[in-house]
Design a protein around this ligand. Structure first.
Ligand SMILES: Cc1cc2nc3c(=O)[nH]c(=O)nc-3n(C[C@H](O)[C@H](O)[C@H](O)COP(=O)(O)OP(=O)(O)OC[C@H]3O[C@@H](n4cnc5c(N)ncnc54)[C@H](O)[C@@H]3O)c2cc1C
Length: 417
């Protein structure tokens, strides 16, 4: 078969599917991406109501992601970093802690914040020093336990775990029990220590849009849901059969299991993100604001428009509130409960902050508790002609979606050769 006769179908137009498409196209193959929803991006989407940019859930691009550095043009994304550190709510006050190397002016405030003992700070420095050494891939070959067990074994105090690690890492893996693998914690600390947590100036959706920029016209079809997959093609929801020389499944883990006919094992972890608008104030911080008190619904608050002014119309600020999981509350009750806590944190002005939207994301991430697969070597081919990428057999996140997309493309090419 000539290269141009080889049509590969990719099911799903998220980061993994788009990355896979780019690599196959670069080798001269014909590619068709079939996306069930009305737009590309998968879990990375941005709505733009009334001059605001609302990402579907609070997400950041870690500039240190090695694969993202290769796949993306960071300059074109116009990345805007959050300040390296965090503001933590403890005992009714806010304390700012910052990376002492990158924000030496904040060293004293960081040292005196009541997040833990001097010993805890030294342990954190030691841990940060350890996780940045060696190859990134080596982290995923280390023995693993839960992050909570690792932190206790490292000797961190319960205060430090409660006031810092739970809101910080709980916000990353969306689990207040921080049961995610210790490997994931090491990897996340390495990303924070060696790069910046950033937003593209015009919203997170710029990432998938950039990946799709060079794809030929007609390569992506949206609003097309695949019902079943075989090695020689797919069947759509309306019964149409589309032939292919190979099929790549690039969906979230539960849908991948369904399409492969596997028992449903992937456990979903959810996030609820509420957006509010308020008048722009000088005190809005460029930091993540973390809940170190452990009470109330809010895990963290962000002010994206402080980092990138394009996230809000002129004179206004965007406030993003992250709640772990997806509460049963009605929208009205949820907004009321969150607003009460915002008033407690930011004063009565928060009473009049305008609620913009609430995103309830049932499958934000899969459960990442041990045992976890090695995402540097994801399993690409499941049966001859059927390939997978994305978090199934790997880990979630932009970095691993891109790695798995590239590796599944390489496996397809090897199979067709
Ligand atoms: C709230 C939240 C916060 C996050 N925070 C971060 C972060 O800060 N940093 C980070 O790196 N990662 C973060 N992530 C994770 C990251 O967004 C995902 O891991 C990544 O986007 C997944 O990409 P994917 O292509 O593997 O899957 P998806 O984005 O899920 O794409 C799969 C696509 O397949 C489509 N599809 C599904 N079924 C079918 C079908 N039958 N037929 C056709 N199409 C189908 C879907 O519509 C979807 O577009 C976060 C995710 C969420 C939701």
């Amino acid at each position: 078969m000539e290269n141009s006769d080889k049509r590969v179908i990719i099911v799903g137009g998220g980061i993994a599917g788009l990355t896979c498409a780019r690599h196959l196209l670069a080798q001269g193959l014909t590619v068709q991406v079939l996306e069930a929803s009305g737009r590309i991006g998968g879990r990375i989407k941005t709505d733009e109501p009334d001059g605001f940019r609302l990402d579907h859930g609070f997400q950041v691009l870690q500039t240190a992601y090695p694969e993202a550095r290769r796949e993306l043009d960071y300059d074109a994304l116009d990345l805007r970093p959050f300040a390296p550190g965090a503001m933590i709510r403890i005992g009714g006050r806010f304390f700012t802690i910052a990376d002492p190397l990158r924000r030496p002016g904040r060293a004293l405030a960081t040292l005196t914040a009541p997040i833990g003992s001097i010993g805890d700070r030294l342990r954190l420095l030691r841990l940060a020093h350890r996780v940045v050494r060696g190859k990134l891939e080596a982290i995923f070959e280390q023995p693993e336990t839960t992050s909570m067990a690792m932190l206790r074994a490292e000797g961190f105090s319960e205060t430090m775990i409660r006031r810092f690690f739970i809101p910080f890492f709980g916000g990353v893996c969306l689990d207040s029990q921080i049961r995610a693998s210790s490997r994931v914690l090491s990897y996340v600390l390495r990303m924070f220590a060696t790069g910046e947590a950033a937003l593209p100036a015009m919203g997170m959706a710029r990432i998938p849009h950039q990946l799709a920029l060079d794809l030929p016209k007609g390569c992506i079809r949206t609003g097309v849901r695949v019902r079943a997959v075989r090695e020689d093609g797919v069947t759509l929801d309306d019964g149409t059969r589309l032939p292919a020389c190979a099929v790549v499944i690039a969906t979230a883990a539960p849908e991948t299991e369904r399409l492969l006919g596997l028992p449903l094992k992937a456990k979903s972890i959810g996030e609820t993100c509420l957006y509010f608008a308020c008048a722009r104030e000088a005190w809005h911080p460029p930091y993540l604001v973390l809940n170190g008190e452990g009470s109330g619904l809010i895990n963290n608050v962000v002010f994206p428009s402080v980092v990138s002014a394009d996230y809000a119309p002129s004179g206004r600020s965007l406030v993003g509130v992250v709640v772990l999981g997806v509460p049963d509350d009605t929208d009205a009750t949820l907004i009321e409960r969150v607003r009460m806590q915002l008033v407690e944190w930011f004063g009565v002005a928060a009473q009049s902050w305008e609620h913009l939207r609430t995103y309830r994301i049932v499958h934000a991430l899969p459960d990442q508790s041990p045992p976890t697969p090695n995402p540097a070597r994801p399993q690409a081919m499941t049966s001859p002609g059927v390939f997978v990428c994305g978090e199934h057999g790997s880990l979630p996140g932009i970095q691993w979606a891109m790695v798995s997309g590239r590796q599944s493309a390489e496996a397809v090419l090897a199979h067709l050769r």
